[in-house]
Design a protein. Structure first.
Length: 338
């Protein structure tokens, strides 16, 4: 495979190339997995649901020859950043950041009437800050990915690789800071009924693709409905699984669901180095992080955010006591199947 092609295949960015009529000439494999084979289809209709802002962006790129960035919502409430670049021979390159961001109902640009004016203003501020911080970060990442595929010196390639590593560290850190801010501001979660088995199955398919791993998971035979917020559950699972990946080089990780009368237990188990008994009591504290070779840049935010989000959904989080490795579990309230 050509070096630039390989770089694109390994990138998590969703990528398309458009002809002057706005038809898709090609897309990378990750985009094909989400939308199927799109070659020959019109980008605006197939991917963007004829979003007027994206249509305006495409016209602007054609007329000015300059790049454009914006936001659209291809997956219901999941917003993503989109970047348009002039490309070779009159084509347009489209890149959609998989980082994206979530806008659950309680975190929308039109806060609910029952929230205090102060909370509403804080929500608006967080929304603006979220986009203003994510957009340039995604733009920097796209530029670095492009440079990585170019014919540059070995020294510059090493520099670009180091910069990409720093961006990849900062992006999830930014997400944690925004979640922590949302918790402290007091923005209520958007609690709704969730089919837990199906939800975790869909989450793990995406997580496995992005992290090149294979988490062991057996989807429950029976439908289990729980009460929770989708974006909060995603954040909890990501934090727990990223921790396991960090401390379990063999990547032997499993997710188990145990069904009880009025609640459900979700267990993340790995065969890694385990947790020192001396720090078990502090593991869920904010900013507490044991720095070692497995966790040189630990911030001490992931598990504390997972704990606070679990409790906001009426659940509990804790540690198991396996003979080897680590077990972290959290509970969710189960909904009646009547």
């Amino acid at each position: 495979m050509h070096q630039s092609d390989q770089s694109e295949e390994n990138s998590k960015t969703l990528s398309f190339t458009l002809d002057p009529q706005g038809r898709i000439l090609n897309a990378n494999s990750m985009a094909d997995e989400l939308w199927g084979k799109t070659q020959g289809a019109y980008f605006l209709e197939t991917i963007c649901n004829n979003d007027s802002e994206v249509a305006h962006g495409i016209q602007k790129v054609w007329k000015t020859g300059k790049s454009w960035q914006g936001v659209f919502f291809p997956f219901d409430q999941d917003g993503v950043d989109i970047f348009l670049f002039p490309f070779e021979k009159g084509k347009i390159k489209v890149e959609i950041s998989p980082q994206g961001y979530f806008t659950p109902a309680s975190f929308s640009s039109e806060p609910r009437d029952n929230l205090s004016p102060l909370i509403q203003e804080k929500i608006k501020f967080l929304l603006r800050a979220s986009h203003n911080l994510r957009a340039p970060l995604a733009s920097i990442k796209s530029g670095l990915d492009f440079l990585q595929s170019e014919d540059i010196s070995a020294e510059n390639k090493k520099l670009v690789k180091n910069l990409i590593s720093e961006v990849n560290f900062f992006a999830p850190l930014l997400e944690k800071i925004l979640w922590m801010s949302r918790i402290d501001v007091g923005v209520p979660l958007s609690i709704e009924p969730i089919n837990l088995g199906e939800f975790i199955d869909n989450f793990l398919q995406k997580f496995n693709r992005e992290n090149l791993c294979e988490i062991c998971y057996k989807k429950p035979k029976n439908k289990i409905m729980v009460s929770g917020e989708r974006s909060a559950l995603i954040e909890i699972l990501q934090n727990l699984l990223n921790n396991s990946l960090k401390f379990c080089p063999e990547r032997e990780i499993s997710v188990l669901i145990t069904d009880h009368d009025d609640h459900v237990v979700v267990l993340v188990k790995d065969c890694g180095v385990g947790i020192d008994p001396a720090i078990r009591e502090r593991i869920f504290e904010r900013f507490y992080s044991k720095k070692d070779e497995c966790n040189p840049k630990g911030t001490g935010l992931g598990l504390s955010i997972a704990k606070e989000l679990t409790e906001l959904q009426g659940g509990k989080i804790g540690l198991g006591k396996p003979k080897t490795g680590t077990e972290v579990f959290f509970t969710l309230r189960k909904l009646s199947q009547k």
